[in-house]
Design a protein around this ligand. Structure first.
Ligand SMILES: [Zn+2]
Ligand SMILES: [Zn+2]
Length: 440
């Protein structure tokens, strides 16, 4: 979906030396990811003046028109003098001189600076192109540490590492420390998401996607104080994940019934017993009728055997590469967890529903499952509230498309098991969020 707006203006010589604005509208009936603004005008005469040494000198400019962009809230998005004929802005990226921002609907304005205008005036042609959001699979890691807490790398180093490992996004979650989005470096192709691992002697939780989840100190001494941090973060729109709930050195001991949260980190770093316990706990909640997404993250601090950025990787179906859309997709459970950035991937639908969505069982009973990147011997099982059955064993490497019929309301999720090491039990290579089939 692309939407283009054209407009032009004739600038009289009397306006030379003045600034003024031209409004244009970003429509609200569709969500847009990027805005590109181009403009042209007759800047230089065509003739060039020959010089003695065989070179040519451009004649002085006839017109010089400066460019700027103002958002619907009236603030400056950026200004580029007359140096650029084209600028682009999105939530994650912007042409230098402009700030990244969401392309929200409303009245935006081009800032026109009539620095020089020839005696007969000049016409300036503007073109605004709005590129619509579209759902895509992005890979990322929701849990890592820099040397601002107990990691060993800077944020910049982690961003480069994420890119090298094939990740599209990275939530940075230092213990009780947060770097605001504005203060984060920008690396094209990697969306950095602000976050903090709220760390207490009785449990850890990630607050992701906003700059300031609470105004008070992180430190709390009573369950009521702890709850107030969660409630503040939740009210302000943070994505809250309950981290490594069964990790022996830092289990989650607060009462989950009393705290608002969005997802449970069932896969923290390498797959191991504490993660399998978390999967079991999550399964109990799902079987009890709760709709709670699972999430995963490497908890990366430094390179050690079996620990790397993107181990595990979240595969997230997000509407754009913007941090807010990635966080929204994780919150909606539009995701699966795979053991590495190059691990298997999954597309699972039921009618129009994707991972994390709900459908009415009376209307849709069939699940479409599409797994890519299988290895021979991989076992795919479908887990519901009642049972877990093997649907497919891969005879060879490759991809597979399968269907699964829901014979009653509930939920269905997928686990792909793999023999990572000969002689050891099979372990999950991928765990999906469920699709929920509501009884009505
Ligand atoms: Zn932790
Ligand atoms: Zn951590």
């Amino acid at each position: 979906m692309e939407h283009t707006i054209h407009f032009d203006i004739h600038i009289e010589p009397a306006r030379q030396g003045a600034y003024f604005t031209i409004p244009f509208k970003v429509p609200g009936d569709f969500e847009f990811e990027t805005l590109t603004l181009k403009y042209t005008y007759d800047r230089r005469p065509l003739e060039q003046r020959p010089l003695e040494n065989g070179l040519y000198s451009a004649l002085p400019e006839k017109n010089i028109i400066d460019l700027g962009l103002i958002g619907p809230d009236g603030t400056q998005v950026g200004a580029s003098g007359s140096d650029r004929n084209e600028i682009t802005v999105s939530e994650e990226c912007a042409t230098p001189g402009y700030r990244p921002c969401r392309i929200v609907p409303g009245e935006w304005q081009v800032l026109v600076g009539a620095y020089k205008v020839e005696p007969e005036g000049t016409r300036v042609f503007y073109e605004v192109t709005l590129e619509g959001k579209s759902r895509r699979l992005l890979k990322g890691d929701l849990h890592c540490h820099t040397l601002a807490s107990d990691g060993v790398h800077t944020l910049e180093e982690l961003a480069f590492k994420a890119k090298r490992n094939g990740l599209d996004f990275l939530a940075v979650t230092d213990h009780n420390q947060l770097v605001s989005k504005a203060a984060m470096p920008r690396l094209p192709g990697v969306t950095l998401i602000p976050g903090v691992e709220w760390t207490h002697f009785k449990g850890h939780a990630n607050f992701i996607g906003i700059d300031q989840p609470y105004d008070e100190l992180f430190a709390t001494n009573t369950p009521a104080e702890a709850r107030s941090r969660f409630e503040s973060a939740h009210t302000r729109g943070a994505l809250i994940s309950i981290n490594h709930p069964f990790e022996p050195v830092a289990p989650f001991q607060f009462d989950l019934q009393t705290l608002p949260f969005d997802c449970i980190e069932i896969w923290n770093g390498p797959m191991r017993e504490s993660n399998l316990k978390a999967v079991g706990y999550w399964q109990q909640l799902l079987a009890a009728g709760k709709k709670i997404p699972a999430c995963g993250g490497s908890d990366y601090h430094r390179d050690t055997p079996f620990i790397f950025l993107g181990g595990p990787t979240m595969g997230v179906y997000a509407d754009s590469a913007g941090a807010s859309d990635i966080v929204a997709a994780v919150r909606a459970g539009h995701s699966f967890i795979t053991f590495a950035p190059n691990g298997p991937t999954l597309e699972m639908t039921a009618g129009d529903a994707i991972l994390g969505d709900s459908v009415a069982w009376a209307k849709v009973k069939e699940l479409q499952i599409n797994v890519q990147g299988l290895l021979a011997g991989d076992v795919l099982r479908v887990v519901t509230g009642k049972n877990s059955g093997v649907l497919f064993t891969a005879p060879s490497d490759g991809d597979i498309e399968l269907t699964y019929a829901m014979d009653e309301p509930g939920f269905a999720r997928v686990e792909l098991l793999r023999a990572f090491l000969p002689g050891l039990p099979m372990l999950p290579a991928l765990i999906s969020n469920p699709i929920y089939f509501d009884a009505e």
